[in-house]
Write a protein that binds this ligand. Structure first.
Ligand code: 5GP
Length: 142
């Protein structure tokens, strides 16, 4: 995959405000925070999207994410936060190296930096379509 800015951050060629590092993962503050404490958690493996990530890196991320959420909560005093993970340009991914956003959510602030805003345009799950869709997804699991 093409080199991204996150690979340079992993190698220490570009500075970041690091909050955590282990053999498989790195966490640092987002340069364009949606709220104070907005943190990015990335695998050191250079996979562009989550579906391309190895089980080993996925497990390493899964192990560390709750711990980092607790740390962001403690440091910022927030009790609410979103974990966001974008895949593909159509899903607002800008950096094609897997990353999880931990975004504290605060009450609306004059500065606007209260966290993630979401337009949740929900539809309706029709039973027949749901049955075949669930079966299709289930049989696609490898
Ligand atoms: P995406 O839209 O791909 O899910 O989010 C990419 C995130 O990476 C953005 O929130 C953006 O602010 C952050 N970002 C991009 N370049 C840098 C950088 O050089 N340093 C840091 N710390 N964050 C970055």
């Amino acid at each position: 995959m093409p080199e991204t800015i996150f690979s340079k951050i992993i190698r220490g060629e570009i500075p970041c405000h690091k909050v955590y590092e282990d053999a498989h993962t790195l966490a640092f503050l987002d340069i364009g925070p949606l709220s104070a404490g907005h943190t990015l958690v990335i695998p050191k493996e250079p996979a562009p999207t989550l579906d391309a990530l190895s089980d080993e890196s996925a497990a390493a991320l899964g192990r560390v994410l709750p711990r980092l959420c607790r740390a962001v909560m403690k440091a910022t005093g927030t009790t609410a936060y979103n974990v966001l993970q974008n895949n593909g340009a159509d899903a607002h991914q800008a950096v094609f190296h897997v990353h999880f956003h931990i975004i504290p959510k605060f009450p609306a602030r004059p500065s606007g930096a209260s966290g993630l805003g979401i337009a949740w345009n929900s539809g309706k799950l029709e039973p027949e379509a749901a049955k075949s869709l669930a079966a299709s997804i289930s049989s696609s699991i490898q």
